[in-house]
Design a protein around this ligand. Sequence first.
Ligand code: HEM
Length: 473
Amino acid sequence: MATTVSTQLDLGDIQGDILFAYGNDYACTSYVFVNIEGAEGRRWLSGLVDRVTTARPWPKGPDGATAKPDTTLNLAFTAAGLAALGVSAELLETFSSEFLGGMASRAAELGDVGPSAPGTWESGLGTGAAHVLATINAKRPDVLERELTAVREHAERCGATIVNEQHAQLLGGQREHFGFSDGFGQPAIEGVSEHKSVGGGVPEPDGRWRPLAPGEFILGYEDEDSRDDPEHRLPSAPAAPLGRGGTYMVYRKLYQDVALFRHTLRDAARGYEGGEKKLAAKIVGRWPNGAPLVTSPDEEDAAFDPTQPHSNDFRYLDRDPDGRRCPLGAHIRRTNPRDALGWEGLDDAGLLAFRHRIIRRGMPYGPPLPPHDVVDDAADRGLVFVCFNASISRQFEAIAVQWVNDGNSFHLGDDRDFLLGDSSASGKMTIQGDPPFFVAPQQAFVTTKGGEYLFAPGMTALAALADATESGL
Ligand code: HEM
């Protein structure tokens, strides 16, 4: 049994929206990538640091309700951005190699090939030109516009250049563009969201669940390894003053071909006795309203409410070891296998399931394709996929490379995550049953349009970056 992690989190030193989601009051988000150089860049940063939103709880208003600000602001840096701010080569070397290399350098591993290759990405992404990502969340489009104008004008005054802007907004019912409720399957963290441990934490063989150590998501705190270490040593992190309170952030703009998704399903469902809706649910592992297939195998439970306690309370081995309910290769079973890899915990790739969790904070972008349309309207739409983790290689990349882009861990050979697809169109979808049903390989439903690996520093680190003198940090 794991011991408890005693460290109290310093919420005022951690940026907001990492450990606690800002929530659906914020209907619009803009992601602004800025290029900064030297002293000018620091001037731009100094002007923004005081406005950065932290994880400290918002106060309550006179009516007792939480008084949330109209907008929030958060900052993250690429390796090129830290260098442009004057961070020394010696200090930079203490960051992880995948962060220093950047997302574009990991294209082959991430499956960013063919139409997803970095050479096709939107301008400003994957080239070293993007230095800082300013993420602005807003309750309404008018306040977003006001804040965006302020950030743009401030950049212009400081000689900083905006190299990429992406605007995103919630779709009705917290759905993503393929029509599924999204964003509630999140890790439960000690001292943060332990009340969601059942279904969100680590499943234990005795039927209980426990929360994950905060150091899995925030650097400078004990992680799951520290629990078992008699000396409680902390995981590796960037050297002072940058490491503590920060974390790594993954940004990916993922285009979704909704028309292709819909007509692939319509065609495939002609031979599937469960019909189109059930086939789509089998690919995701949940029904469109989020009800898990493990607990609702035959039809969507209309009463399912993902915000209710215990809504995420399920495991795979007890009720569904063979994938008859939720297929072994369904999106949610691949991306968070819970207990499905067995109590030894290691899959064929040597991965221990609970060490590969991520906090997702994505947002859909672009207009919805009208319901039932199966002809592409050429609009740009998809998901701005954002996640936070203490180790990009152990967490995000392990999921993306070993579990999403490969079937071996689940004894599924070449099958890949069918929800995201595969630009080489070699992986089929296997739906276990008597007899099993196979959906033929298809072109990718999802194409990468750009991405960056970033570092979201704690507030002390942000201040140090902004204050660094001409001689750097
Ligand atoms: C356009 C691309 C994507 C779409 C449409 C999509 C959609 C979904 C949906 C509908 C869910 C179930 C709802 C929930 O648990 O919150 C989900 C869960 C999840 N997805 Fe994705 N996803 C996409 C890309 C990715 C990528 C690239 C990764 C990571 C490499 C990922 C990791 C996860 C994880 C970890 C979960 C939670 C599983 C759980 O805890 O049970 N997703 N996704």
